[in-house]
Write a protein of this length. Structure first.
Length: 93
C-alpha cells in the first residue's frame, strides 16, 4: 500500500485497528477506495480533539483518552453498526 505513507504513526495504528476490530467496515471502505481517507480523517479528528482538550485545561492523559476514543472505534462484535459516522455517512455494515 504505497498510499499508506500519507498516514502518520497514529493513522497507521487506526488503519490496523480498523482491519482487526472492524474488518467488515474496513473491507467495505477498501472496496469503495476510501479506507485511507477515513483513517486520515480519524487521525486528524483525534489530533484536533487532543489539542482542544489541552487548550481547555485537561491534562495530556485525559485529553488523549478522549481523543483516542474518537479514532479507535469499538469492535464490530460489541457495536455492529455505528450511529452517525461523520467521516463516511454512507457506510453500512
Amino acid at each position: 500500500m504505497a498510499d499508506q505513507v500519507k498516514l502518520d504513526p497514529l493513522g497507521r495504528q487506526v488503519l490496523e485497528h480498523l482491519k482487526k476490530h472492524r474488518p467488515k467496515m474496513a473491507q467495505q471502505l477498501e472496496k469503495e477506495g476510501t479506507l485511507l481517507e477515513v483513517c486520515l480523517g480519524l487521525e486528524n479528528l483525534a489530533k484536533e480533539s487532543l489539542a482542544e482538550g489541552i487548550q481547555k485545561g485537561l491534562d495530556y492523559q485525559t485529553a488523549w483518552e478522549q481523543a483516542r476514543s474518537l479514532c479507535f472505534l469499538p469492535d464490530e462484535e460489541d457495536v455492529p453498526s455505528l450511529p452517525n459516522n461523520p467521516l463516511h455517512p454512507t457506510t453500512t455494515e
